[in-house]
Write a protein that binds this ligand. Sequence first.
Ligand code: BEZ
Length: 211
Amino acid sequence: MTIRLGDVVPDFDAETTEGPIRFHEWLGDSWGVLFSHPRNFTPVCTTELGQVARLKPEFDRRNVKVIGLSVDPLDAHEKWAQDIAETQGYAPNFPLIADPDRTISGLYDMIHPNASDTMTVRSVFVVGPDKKLKLSLTYPASAGRNFDEILRVIDSLQLTAQHAVATPANWKDGEDVIIVPSVSDEAAKEKFPGGWKTLKPYLRMVAQPGK
Ligand code: BEZ
């Protein structure tokens, strides 16, 4: 099943390292990141889970719940956690879904048979509090993801959900943003009383709201 931006993401029941969950209920009013890793006891995945555990306070600060998934069974997740702690200095501090029958992987189109019949690709789904898909990414098994980038784009998603702005290339929290073209100069005067810089009529830069 293809899940597109703006779709309500599929709900599911899952066994996780923190007990059984129903996904939408588990998300509650939070944002969510659901990410798959191809297999347990593999090198790149080991580093990724260590990085997500290290960054967990940053996800918490943004009201984002993080949950991993692989097709390995629950007992393998528990054994592997010890290796992650030993080699990465951080044990998983977020739930990992066990999806040995690949029900959830199928629901989220995480298995790409021309890449591998048996393992998931490295998928990332960022879900808003409305349960709608805000962003998805697909990486191959050979490339570990940059979870700082995922936090960066969550900053953009959360900002642009609240204000009539967009964020430019390579933007980071605290930097100037773009007034969206649908806001007229007249309306912008009310929304951005501190003023803005017009580089082109369609490219108006303004200080990040709320900073
Ligand atoms: C890894 O995590 O290192 C990995 C997993 C599956 C295939 C290739 C690499």
